[in-house]
Design a protein around this ligand. Structure first.
Ligand code: MAN
Length: 194
């Protein structure tokens, strides 16, 4: 009625209510461009976050990010995902327990006897990865893990101990620290080049 009386413009077209093709196309270009902007923004945020992370001297741990290694130990399998998290996995199927998220790198001086298979921290200064804010521990602290790194040929968890309730220590071997670790014997000197 309003159209008939000339109060409203007549938008009806021979093809019904469809908007002109050019408008549809422009709308779709706009939405593509908006998606591109959103994606680029999130890439910027990820890169910024990555730059604030502590990958150690010369970024030696950057290559390990995302890699996970495990070890069977008693009723649990323990998992370390480098620069990410540690997890206690129940073999009886009662689920996973977060043992901490990666927070920072520290160093620690150790002096321990090395077992005959060579899989021990030995003596000297070691890089330590600190994981905190893990799953809440009843009557205790949130779970946390100290991962002690010693030069070795392969990435491998050697030992996991619960030093205090819900405070874990993981000793691992990894080629990532061979440059800075003191070789255990003259033969090991070659590993220093890794
Ligand atoms: C679970 C495990 C243990 C821990 C207790 C604490 O059984 O995470 O390592 O000591 O919870 O209640």
């Amino acid at each position: 009625m309003l159209v008939e009386n000339g109060i409203l413009a007549d938008h009806s077209s021979p093809n019904g209510d469809e908007e002109p093709k050019a408008v549809t196309e422009a709308r779709s270009r706009l939405s593509d461009a908006q998606n591109d902007v959103a994606n680029t923004r999130s890439e910027i945020e990820n890169s910024k976050k990555d730059l604030t992370e502590d990958y150690g001297k010369k970024g030696i741990f950057r290559a390990l990010k995302g890699q996970c290694i495990t070890k069977d130990s008693g009723e649990y399998t323990y998992e370390l995902c480098f620069m990410s998290r540690t997890t206690q996995i129940s073999k009886k199927g009662s689920g996973n327990t977060g043992m901490g998220d990666f927070k920072r790198l520290e160093t620690m001086t150790v002096d321990e006897e090395v077992p005959s298979d060579g899989k021990g921290v030995g003596s000297g200064e070691r890089v330590v990865m600190i994981f905190e804010d893990g799953q809440y521990c009843w009557n205790g602290p949130n779970r946390s893990t100290k991962v002690v790194l010693t030069c070795a040929e392969n990435n491998e968890i050697w030992k996991v101990v619960e030093e205090e309730k819900c405070v874990y220590r993981m000793d691992i071997g990894t080629p990532a620290v061979c440059e800075s670790a003191k070789p255990k014997d003259p033969e090991a000197g070659a590993k220093d080049e890794l």
